[in-house]
Design a protein around this ligand. Sequence first.
Ligand code: ADP
Ligand code: ASP
Ligand code: MG
Length: 408
Amino acid sequence: MGIIVQKYGGTSLAGSERIKKVASRIVTTKKQGHNVVAVVSAVGDTTDNLLKQAHEIAPAPPKRELDMLLATGEQIAISLLAIAISELGCEAISFTGAQVGIVTDTAYTKARIVSVRVQRVINEINKGKIVIVAGFQGATKNNDITTLGRGGSDMTAVALAAELNADICQIYTDVEGVYTADPRLEPKARKLEVVSYEEMLELAATGANVLQLRSVEYGRNHHVLIEVRSSFSDTPGTLIKEDVQVMEKAIISGVTCEKEEAKITIFGVPDRPGIAVKVFKALADEGVNVDMILQNVSDKGITDITFTAPRRDLPICRRVVDGVVDELKARGKSYDEEIAKVSLVGAGMKSHPGIAAHMFEILSDNGINIEMISTSSIKVSCVIREKDVVSAVQAIHRGFELDKEPIK
Ligand code: ADP
Ligand code: ASP
Ligand code: MG
């Protein structure tokens, strides 16, 4: 009998009625002849509320204690779901991440999984039980609780699916799959039948948070077949898998955006070896994920460096950049918190010239100014004003006719 891993997100579990519905879906899957391992997130907005409370008490809570706190959210969810399943007459057993053997490094709040020991899960499956695992969490070798970064229950599900050699890892959420744009921003967004790992990585990296980026990476590395689908319907979702057949492949798979970005510029720095490393090494040492970087053409040995980073990291960026500006006697600095990034992703870009130009044309026709551009072989990203981001997503979606089925 094969194993199916099913992950249920917070919205899918918000309230007793929804928990009962999830329980009955799991029981149905079991009765259809599959072994089920269910991974669950904290119900509703629990994680956000816990974080909020911690920050009301301290502006920068110790990360180890934050993880102790945040992991409680998922622990509530697993026990409630196990109770709901037993009420339906099936045997279920719930485990925390530490109990099932999800071992991580010590990078609290964004720990990486170093090993997954599934023997306990297999033992319970062999007894005929439904196994329920708390997503988003693990423990270090010393048994300190860690969490895997926001959206980390996806990671738990994919890692368990890989280790258990599951037939499929189903991610149940509040939309019916992966769409050509966030359906909350673009009502005409179209559900994709299938997306390659490569494209899903770019979509997730540029703001399609329907799947956590790291979970897609892990899925690709371990060849896990992933399906994103709705916990509120029985409609088939979107498959994420290797090497989508060329016939099925559209040129563009979607348009994404990230709102919570910041742009930092250092003016008038000497244009000589060692300057970029000074700035970006210091930021990397502080754990800042710098995104785009732009260096102007130098004028009389002096240049400007601009980069973007997540807005929540702006306090760290300010500290680092203020220090560098003083040290190098740079002319100045600026911090811009009103930017956003809009991206177009599609494997077909590799073989279709003119995609980037068309995107720039659409933005210009809509009076949207592009402040920075970056590209990869299957993605074009533009930094724009945050106030323009929704109209940019919609204009690009319309301009590339993403609401229409591609011609195959
Ligand atoms: P869960 O709590 O189930 O993990 P998330 O909020 O993490 O749910 O992810 C689902 C959300 O992802 C959707 O409600 C949707 O607004 C958002 N989303 C962003 N981009 C996309 C996209 N391209 N396709 C589908 N959903 C998207
Ligand atoms: N509860 C965690 C979060 O909100 C993990 C998850 O939902 O995947 O980020
Ligand atoms: Mg999620």
